[in-house]
Write a protein that binds this ligand. Structure first.
Ligand SMILES: Nc1nc2c(ncn2[C@@H]2O[C@H](COP(=O)(O)OP(=O)(O)OP(=O)(O)O)[C@@H](O)[C@H]2O)c(=O)[nH]1
Ligand SMILES: [Mg+2]
Length: 476
């Protein structure tokens, strides 16, 4: 028996198989699930064994212990100690997401009202929930796996529709099923290996070894397919870090303002207007960008500007995509050339701006010089900007826009575990090729099975689970 996150797991033997049974012993948790502020309604949520009992003590309208599941009931929240009516409310009491009794109190949206109701629940036996604890319970109760729990967070944080779609697919279990299938493949082979180790008279060592290597290769292929989505998955989830760089006064801040449809950045004809980096999230034709407007990168003795230039360089290092602006109405300066050189290993688009003032540099010349994507624009006259957006989209999402059923790996945790499993399987293949005894090669094979299980949470360590859920927002 062991205890994990308030849950007791028992193991026992049945028909020669090890069985696990989980006994949950949960206290009742409560939190405000809607953002704190003024709004039409707010929801205070409670989950756990005593949820219905506690709710019945403060809710007058219906006996929540007797109502059918998935129904909503009108009534009042009343402080039983003072008899004071706190608010009108609609209350649901279904068995839902967490697989335990959940009560959701829909009250008027307002900081004081919601806090008062929450305090009432806490004083009647509920405990304040930790961030992500509702979702954690759904996981611990076996209602969802870790990839699905992660997708809940991704849906909440999705910055574009595409990111939401990918997360929804993960919530439906897309990634989980793929991982399960791979684990099953390994497990089936392992079962065969066990049989052969138990009956060495079959002398099936070579057959078994080959089987193990074949399965390893087959799973490696599947892992590779998933890993190939990781870069795009990361971008969808976090946004493509995009640095707008160039000499002072070329129109960087004007571009940020155009793409964000705002006037967040100060634009003037004074060179050196932007002194600090400015970050904004924006969706450009479905591509989520974390746009960074930077101070013009050039040589300066000004103390403040110098710090700004340093920050611009840091943004440049961090960038997945660089939008390098050059004033096309002037000759290329040495500082332009230095920036072209500095960004040559990055994914970039060179923007020849101020085309309305005449063009000393043509797109073709620049393409020849740099081998990069080049586009000519006038941000002031809004010329060719739609084409620029198309180009950004094309550069990153040529593959995935059409692949609606695609399962993607969306976070670093999943990616690094897939890489680990892959390397364990590669070790298996190598061991088999080197003629290492089957029971030794089997160690890495079992290791890969375990590592894949960490992705879904079947073999994830406790600390990881705690850390993961603590990143959630309160009430989720
Ligand atoms: N003619 C013309 N002017 C432009 C164009 N794009 C921007 N400008 C003007 O150029 C000036 C500088 O624009 P900003 O957007 O502040 O340039 P910046 O690169 O952010 O400048 P710093 O912050 O000083 O590095 C402003 O007066 C803009 O209106 C363009 O395409 N054509
Ligand atoms: Mg600027």
């Amino acid at each position: 028996m062991f205890i994990r996150g308030g849950v007791m797991h028992f193991f026992y033997w049945k028909k020669g198989k090890i069985m696990a049974q989980t006994l949950t012993e949960f206290d009742t948790i409560a939190a405000i699930s809607t953002p704190i502020g003024e709004g039409g309604i707010s929801i205070v949520r409670m989950s756990g064994e005593d949820a219905i009992k506690i709710a019945n003590e403060v809710f007058k309208g219906a006996d929540l212990a007797k109502v059918p599941t998935h129904t909503i009931h009108y009534g009042h929240i009343i402080d039983p100690d003072t008899g004071e009516t706190i608010d009108e409310a609609m209350v649901t009491a279904p068995k839902t997401f967490t697989r335990e009794d959940i009560v959701e109190i829909n009250c008027h949206g307002g900081i004081v009202v919601t806090n008062h109701i929450l305090q009432l629940l806490l004083s009647h036996g509920a405990r304040m929930a930790d961030p992500g604890e509702f979702t954690k319970r759904a996981f611990v109760n076996g209602r969802i796996d870790l990839t699905q729990a992660e997708s809940v967070m991704d849906i909440v944080r999705a910055k574009t529709d595409k990111a939401r779609q990918v997360a929804e697919r993960q919530l439906e279990g897309g990634l989980m099923h793929k991982i399960h299938a791979m684990r099953q493949e390994i497990l089936d082979t392992l079962a065969n290996v066990e049989v052969n180790i138990d009956y060495p008279e079959y002398d099936a060592d070579t057959v078994t070894a080959k089987q193990m290597a074949d399965t390893a290769n087959s799973v490696i292929k599947k892992i590779d397919r998933l890993l190939s989505t990781a870069q795009e998955g990361k971008i969808l989830r976090n946004g493509l870090v995009t640095a707008i760089v160039g000499q002072p006064n070329v129109g960087k801040s004007s571009l940020l303002n155009y793409l964000t449809q705002s006037d967040k950045a100060i634009v003037t004809d004074v060179a050196g207007t932007t002194r600090d980096t400015l970050e904004e999230y924006v969706s450009v034709k479905g591509v989520p960008l974390e746009l960074i407007d930077t101070a013009g990168i050039h040589h300066t003795d000004d103390k403040v500007e110098k710090i700004g230039v340093e920050r611009s360089k840091k943004a440049l290092e961090r960038a997945d995509l660089v939008l390098l602006l050059i004033d096309a109405s002037k000759d290329l300066t040495d500082e332009d050339k230095a920036l072209i050189e500095e960004t040559k290993d990055k994914k970039r688009i060179i923007i020849l701006n101020k085309s309305d003032l005449g063009q000393k540099l043509t797109v073709d010349q620049m393409k020849k010089l740099t081998g990069s994507e080049v586009i000519s624009t006038s941000i002031l006259k809004e010329k060719n900007l739609d084409e620029l957006e198309e180009l950004i989209n094309k550069l990153f999402f040529s593959g995935i826009e059409n692949s609606n059923d695609q399962v993607m790996v969306t976070n670093q945790r999943q990616t690094s575990l897939l890489n680990k499993a892959k390397s364990e399987l590669q070790d298996v293949v190598k061991a088999v090729n080197d003629g290492v005894p089957v029971d030794i090669a089997q160690i890495d094979f079992t290791g890969a099975w375990d590592t894949l299980g960490e992705i879904t949470g079947e073999s994830a360590p406790d600390e990881l689970i705690t850390t993961l859920f603590s990143q959630f927002c309160l009430g989720k």
